[in-house]
Design a protein around this ligand. Structure first.
Ligand SMILES: [Zn+2]
Length: 251
């Protein structure tokens, strides 16, 4: 063919290439973005970013538990979280921190709440803490220890109830857990446990309304619809069969 045709052909093909290429590039970018948003956290080997010392509850102070006392996970994407489990340490705040740092202890909870209302986080909510003495309940729950002894009602102070209720309210909001006694349970209620904590002096009739009140305050504070909903549940646990190298004892 002639020169004009050649030019014309080249022009068309170049234009077609440009349009096609641009469309392909845009398509790929959109697809990639959507895929990333949807699949990023579920891709094997890709975990949520973590920062040293980061806490899940704003008011908590971070002290890392021994890695022997918990199992790395990527909750709520690998395991859904639908329970908060209440414990009592049977000892001081300091001794609880110490044993959770001890690799030989084989158990630890995510949080410890002190009589003075201070909160220490020792395991990320992303991870499975060995606190319930029941693998399934460990995987589906966040464990909160409270300083004191089950037979000493005076250990359960106003400051402790208030701080713990604020913490539990946030956990329930994060994972869309109902604030009731079916979902906020004592260690004693975990199937198969021989632990009795938090014991008969833990005042559930007081605690649950405190959690509800804290949740209401949080909801009112964050009522601005432009902020959007917080991260909801991931649609239930996928029951990924991960190995459990360490014993999951009770805390
Ligand atoms: Zn316990």
């Amino acid at each position: 063919m002639g020169e004009t045709t050649n030019d014309s052909d080249r022009g068309i093909s170049r234009r077609a290439l440009f349009i096609g290429g641009a469309a392909a590039a845009v398509g790929t970018a959109v697809l990639a973005r959507d895929e990333l948003a949807r699949l990023w956290w579920r891709t094997p080997g890709v975990e949520k970013p973590r920062k040293e010392g980061e806490v899940d509850f704003g008011g908590a102070h971070w002290v890392a538990a021994s890695s022997a006392n918990w199992r790395r996970a990527d909750r709520p994407d690998d395991f859904g979280i639908d329970r908060v489990i209440i414990h009592v340490t049977q000892g001081s705040f300091k001794s609880a921190v110490k044993v959770f740092q001890d690799p030989g202890h084989g158990a630890a909870a995510h949080y410890i709440v002190g009589k003075d209302g201070r909160i220490t986080q020792m395991i990320r909510e992303l991870d499975v803490a060995f606190h319930a003495g029941n693998r399934e309940f460990n995987e589906r729950s966040v464990g909160i220890e409270h300083e004191g002894f089950v037979d000493r009602p005076q250990d359960f102070t106003d400051a402790m109830y208030e701080a713990s209720a604020r913490l539990t309210a946030r956990i329930c909001a994060r994972y869309d857990i109902s604030i009731d006694r079916e979902h906020i349970i004592g260690h004693v209620e975990v199937p198969g446990t021989d632990h009795t904590d938090p014991g008969p002096h833990w005042d559930w009739g007081r605690y649950i309304p405190l959690v509800r009140a804290a949740a209401k305050r949080d909801a009112e504070r964050t009522a601005d619809p432009s902020t959007g909903p917080s991260t909801g549940p991931s649609g239930g646990a996928t029951a990924a069969s991960k190995s459990t190298p360490a014993a999951e004892r009770d805390a």
